[in-house]
Design a protein around this ligand. Structure first.
Ligand code: MTE
Ligand code: MO
Length: 378
């Protein structure tokens, strides 16, 4: 069976599917540490986990279009011998928070909560260094295709692509990563090499990387062509035309309240406040500049305190953790319930949409409306 080689997983990872393995941690744990521990970093696999040995590992590079040396093979040792670069980047699945969108109307896809995201320090060789070594020149119309060693039942690998401009940009920080939080990658996260595309939807961060192709077209994989794309709320499975929609690359601004969790019993402090914590993140290297919280349905907003790296905008790929103290009214104390809302603002002043109704799409991707959590007061 292709599933006989699956790795052991941490008990904290709650599976949304076992085969392939997909799981997220309890989100309260996400806001506790700026770097998400590897053991409970969410896992999103489409296929069985391949078994690769570093001694036999080979990365094939091909330049199909544009300038540059046509072919190159790199061993694991050769990749490790290249200058080592580190970047803090959050990876987020395009379907993160899908379960909230589903409440508007059912969608097709795994029912993720707000935990299909994690923030890690990734280390490896820079893809731009490797491509330059090949003589690849900047070109607006070209793409870089990645293939994994995981194969579907028809022997097609998992694949995705990004624009060549992102791959060549030194500020794009695209890595051939072999370390996650200073540890070798685990099998679930792409051992021995995966590509890290900071600021870009999880799906393009191809694990168990075996092939890179510079081409005049995007990856023709199912996941690039017929998945991970957004649509109008009125598009249904009878009318959908995947070829007409843009493949998701840079992710929109989002945030989540990690603590308290929905229906949690929360103690109001002596001053009449409760404390909330969570994460916020935006794609494309856009820095989070503010997170607003309300405990009265938007009549008053409270600006959260941010914990984030001090990096220039455009290259701010890690997430921000936030903390806010929120007032509880006499009436809320009496009814012993309150609903908290969070919305984040990024450096382009993009802000989260208020409700899921008008961003609903049949695949349940890009689910970035205000995060709303109802809690009990004690
Ligand atoms: N790469 C390969 N080879 N196979 C996969 O199934 N899943 C992608 C991406 N890279 C995938 C892959 C998706 S959709 C996401 S969200 C991220 O990996 C998840 O990365 P993680 O499991 O390390 O959290
Ligand atoms: Mo994903």
């Amino acid at each position: 069976s292709p599933w006989s080689q699956e790795p052991k997983r941490h008990a904290l990872l709650k599976p949304t599917s076992e085969r392939p393995f997909n799981a997220e941690p309890p989100i309260a744990m996400l806001s506790e540490k700026f770097l998400t521990p590897n053991e409970y970093f969410y896992v999103r696999n489409h296929l069985p986990v391949p078994t690769l040995q570093p001694e036999d590992y080979e990365l094939e590079l091909e330049v199909e279009a544009g300038e540059g040396q046509k072919k190159l093979k790199l061993s694991f040792a050769e990749i490790k011998a290249l200058p080592k670069h580190s970047v803090t980047a959050a990876i987020m699945c395009g379907g993160n928070r899908r379960s909230e969108m589903t409440k508007v109307k059912p969608v097709k896809g795994l029912s993720w909560g707000a935990g299909a995201v994690g923030n890690a320090k990734w280390s490896g060789a820079r893809l731009c260094d490797v491509l330059r070594q090949l003589g690849v020149q900047p070109h607006e119309q070209l793409h870089v295709i990645f293939e994994g060693a995981d194969l579907d039942p028809t022997s097609h690998p998992y694949g995705a692509s990004i624009p060549l401009s992102k791959a060549l940009d030194p500020r794009g920080d695209v890595l051939l990563a072999y370390e996650m939080n200073d540890q070798p990658l685990s099998r679930d996260h792409g051992f021995p090499i995966r590509v890290i595309v900071p600021g870009t939807v999880g799906a393009r961060n191809v694990k168990w990387l075996t092939r890179i192709i510079v081409a005049d077209h995007e990856s023709d994989s199912h996941w690039q062509q017929n998945d991970y794309k957004g649509f109008s709320p009125s598009t249904d499975w009878d009318t959908v035309d995947f070829s007409k929609s843009l493949a998701i690359q840079s992710m929109p601004v989002t945030s989540a309240i990690c603590s308290p969790m929905p229906e949690e019993h929360v103690k109001v402090d002596g001053d009449g406040f409760i404390t909330a914590r969570g994460y916020a993140w935006s794609g494309g290297g856009r820095r989070i500049v503010r997170v607003d919280l309300t405990s009265d349905g938007g009549k008053t907003w409270h600006v959260a305190e941010l914990e984030q790296e001090d990096l220039p905008d455009g290259r701010h790929y890690g997430w921000s953790l936030w903390t806010a103290r929120l007032p509880i009214s006499a009436e809320q104390r009496q009814t012993q319930s309150v609903e908290l809302w969070a919305k984040a603002v990024d450096s382009a002043y993009n802000v989260q949409p208020e409700a899921f109704e008008h961003i609903w799409n049949l695949r349940g991707v890009l689910a970035n409306a205000y995060h709303k959590v109802k809690v009990k007061l004690v």
